[in-house]
Design a protein around this ligand. Structure first.
Ligand code: SF4
Length: 323
């Protein structure tokens, strides 16, 4: 494992939300329930799981776009959660995000040139002319023409807008990018182009990625290691080849078997696994996965399995794999 770019330990985030009609009560959503992982320098780390498993919350909590309740996030050894306003601003230059839907994050009334130069202006990077020149270079790097500078978001296709979102994430020369389902809103043919673009950027710029996806085929293609999340917790982690060769957690095995195609130029299978994901408001007692697990035992309904490190970067939380 290369030296760590990001270390996350015991990250927790619960949300209080109102549920019910006509008389609403406050319930607690256990979005993140103490997750830990490490992203190596220049590596892509996949966070995978079905919708509602907490993976997007994890990405935002790492960047403090959502304030976590507990835990530790260290970027190149520096405690992100302890950073004051100024320090956090400086850290955010180094840690950026690419969203699933770039259109939602682009101001429809702002020209692309402005969208790209504004972060540089806010952070005091370069003189105005230098910012424009730099924005044009970024557009070229993501495969868009210079004249995109004077056009508006609605003038671009979904794939082009994602290229703009990527260019914007690069404006401040980040070292880590959280890519939150960056290709899942795109046509399959466009997905592969964006993945190739991200891969090229990663190699050229030696970027680290947290790559969030529900699609194991895409993560297998793009990442070197990954963690599988289920109802706010990590249930398995390890290097991609080892996990795909021999998944240890029954949920990982189901995900792998539902998404066997590692080639992004082909249509990747969407997850089709048995049963509904239980609610994160009231997760099942014991192992949260026991309601869907074909191997569930008596103990699984009573006790949450301890995290078991297995060496070589692998670990699992399942009563079948205690050492
Ligand atoms: Fe299945 Fe039990 Fe392992 Fe949970 S702990 S995944 S229920 S075998």
């Amino acid at each position: 494992m290369p030296e760590p770019m990001l270390e996350v330990a015991g990250l927790r985030k619960f949300f209080e939300v109102k549920r019910g009609f006509p008389r609403a009560t406050t319930v607690t959503v256990r979005a993140l329930d103490g997750i830990s992982f490490t992203v190596g320098a220049g590596q892509s780390f996949g966070l995978v799981g079905e919708s509602g498993c907490g993976k997007s919350t994890a990405g935002r909590a790492v960047l403090r776009l959502i304030e976590p309740d507990e835990g530790r996030v260290a970027f190149k050894g520096e405690d992100v959660l302890a950073a004051g306003k100024e320090r956090l601003r400086a850290l955010r230059r180094k840690m950026q995000i690419v969203f699933q839907d770039p259109y939602a994050s682009l101001n429809p009334r702002r020209m692309i040139g402005k969208a790209l130069t504004e972060p540089m202006r806010v952070h005091g990077v370069g003189a105005p002319g230098e910012r424009v020149a730099r924005a044009e270079l970024l557009l070229a790097e993501v495969g868009l023409p210079k004249n995109a500078m004077t056009r508006y978001p609605h003038e671009f296709s979904g794939g082009q807008r994602q290229r703009i979102g990527i260019a914007r994430a690069l404006t401040l020369e980040p070292e880590l990018i959280v890519a939150d389902e960056p290709v899942s809103a795109l046509d399959v043919s466009i997905q592969s182009q964006i993945l190739l673009l991200l891969q090229g950027l990663q190699e050229r710029r030696r970027l680290s990625f947290i790559f969030i996806s529900h699609d194991l085929g895409v993560v297998r293609y793009f990442c070197q290691s990954m963690a599988v999340m289920y109802l706010g917790r990590i249930v398995e982690t390890g290097p991609i080849p080892a996990i795909f060769k021999e998944p240890l957690h029954p949920y990982t095995k189901m995900l792998r078997d539902a998404s066997p195609v590692p080639d992004p130029t082909r249509k990747v299978a969407m997850l089709r696994i048995e049963g509904e994901v239980p609610s994160a408001v009231n997760p099942p007692a014991g192992c949260h996965f026991h309601t869907r697990c074909p191997h569930a035992m008596e103990i699984c309904r009573k006790a949450y399995p301890e995290w078991t490190p297995l060496g070589d970067g692998r670990g699992v939380a399942c009563h079948l794999h205690k050492v």
